[in-house]
Design a binder for this molecule. Structure first.
Ligand SMILES: C[S@@+](CC[C@H](N)C(=O)[O-])C[C@H]1O[C@@H](n2cnc3c(N)ncnc32)[C@H](O)[C@@H]1O
Length: 396
């Protein structure tokens, strides 16, 4: 696996690629018109086939939408996911379970969270955190859309159909794809041992009941929902939950300790939906009443409980329960003229700042000043809208 600095430079080159795509689009009337049509989708003013606001599968595969998505969210999401994986890996490393972090990410998109996983691990190793060297990573990402941008970095190695390296590097943002045993698309990246990610055409509603995926999911000890739950309609969510319940009832989850991680959409928390997602997912896992639940994993984070760092928030203070299902973690906020705000993410980790952040900021200033793309929003560079939840289940 590359060193931490190499991962950071791969991440930045992918974001720079996105900025270049946007800059080119500004000089081409056809692309600019396309961008204008796509931007509002990420403001959740569009409608997908399930009746939910948000981009459709086809729109998620648009290179221009990908480019805008990452200039807007890339720094914040990569930071947030690295905080989540950091806390989980610290917890695993001090436990007496086997030292593995086997991730299944649902709605993985570009697999930016896989980058964060690799980055968080390298950071922990370089900080000399005990047992980190021996912790093995594996990652399975599931998504219905094959994104144009992947955080493979320019050192991504091509693999042939047997899964063997061809000896050449794949191009930036292109990963060589092969078929897995169940016929699904698989991507391989060099920075995570045993890395694989299913690609195009996977429906989250079906992965928990698909025999080809059940074994892989059942071996995982981290089940991550990175900004997807708010995009699922009631029917799809119902299928996800009944699939998880079916796996639990038939003893498919093999790990003694399982982390259910959810990166929430902050605005959705206010509507109260998030409370239900987490609760229903947990109840499906624990339908046999075989797990103890704990929500203190983030207390292992170096940002907890520092001033301006992480704090625990009760989603529903009116619910008289000590259950972690009703709590999430966010970064401390201050109240200003424009509402609540928290520190820029590069205050917490300077990898998520620097010249690239300035370049994106300049691009944003011009767009917002010129009003040339209605609905265009600046990149998120503060930890303002971060709302994370990790529920740890331990088999009794
Ligand atoms: C907001 S994006 C998040 C992507 C990625 N996790 C990230 O943080 O950038 C939501 C993702 O969920 C995927 N998605 C939504 N509904 C899905 C479904 N029913 N099956 C598979 N993927 C789905 C979309 O294709 C999209 O990639």
């Amino acid at each position: 696996m590359p060193a931490k600095d190499e991962l950071v430079s791969e991440f930045r080159s992918t974001l720079k690629h996105c900025l270049n795509v946007l800059e080119t689009a500004m000089g081409d009337p056809a692309q600019l018109a396309e961008l204008k049509a796509l931007v509002p989708k990420l403001n959740f003013t569009g409608r997908d086939s399930d009746g939910l606001p948000g981009p459709s599968r086809e729109e998620y595969m648009e290179p221009l939408l990908n480019a805008y998505y990452f200039t807007r969210y890339g720094l914040a999401y990569a930071f947030e996911y690295s905080v989540i994986y950091d806390a989980i890996m610290r917890d695993i490393a001090q436990s007496d379970v086997p030292p593995v972090t086997n991730v299944a990410a649902f709605g993985c998109g570009s697999m930016i969270d896989a980058w964060s996983l690799a980055y968080a691990k390298k950071k922990l190793e370089e900080a000399g955190v005990t047992n980190m060297d021996s912790l093995c990573l594996s990652y399975h990402g599931f998504d219905g859309a094959k994104w144009d941008v992947y955080f493979a970095g320019d050192k991504a190695v091509e693999y042939d159909a047997n899964g063997d390296p061809t000896g050449s590097y794949s191009k930036v943002n292109e990963c060589f794809t092969v078929r897995d045993v169940s016929g699904g698309m698989v991507m391989k990246m060099p920075w995570i041992n045993g890395f694989s990610a299913t690609g195009e055409g996977v429906d989250i509603a079906g992965v928990f009941t698909d025999p080809g995926y059940r074994d892989a999911i059942g071996d995982c000890n981290v089940l991550f929902f990175p900004k997807i739950l708010n995009e699922l309609g009631e029917n799809t969510l119902g299928d996800v939950i009944s699939g998880i319940r079916d796996m639990a009832q038939t003893g498919c989850f093999k790990q003694k300790e399982i982390y259910i991680a959810i990166s929430h959409s902050y605005s959705d928390l206010e509507k109260g939906h998030a409370l239900n997602y987490a609760k229903r997912i947990y109840e499906a896992f624990n339908c046999n009443n075989e797990y103890n639940v704990s929500g203190t994993v983030f207390q292992r984070s170096p940002f907890y409980p520092h001033q301006f760092g992480l704090r625990k928030i009760d989603i529903s203070p009116s619910v008289n329960s000590d259950k972690e299902l009703y709590k999430f973690y966010e970064f401390y906020k201050a109240e200003g003229d424009y509402g609540p705000y928290s520190s820029p993410v590069d205050v917490f980790d300077k990898a998520f700042g620097g010249q690239l952040k300035d370049e994106i900021s300049e691009f944003d200033d011009a767009r917002i000043g010129n009003h040339d793309i209605p609905g265009y929003k600046r990149m998120i560079s503060r930890a303002t809208y971060i709302a994370m939840q990790v529920i740890k289940l331990t088999k009794r």
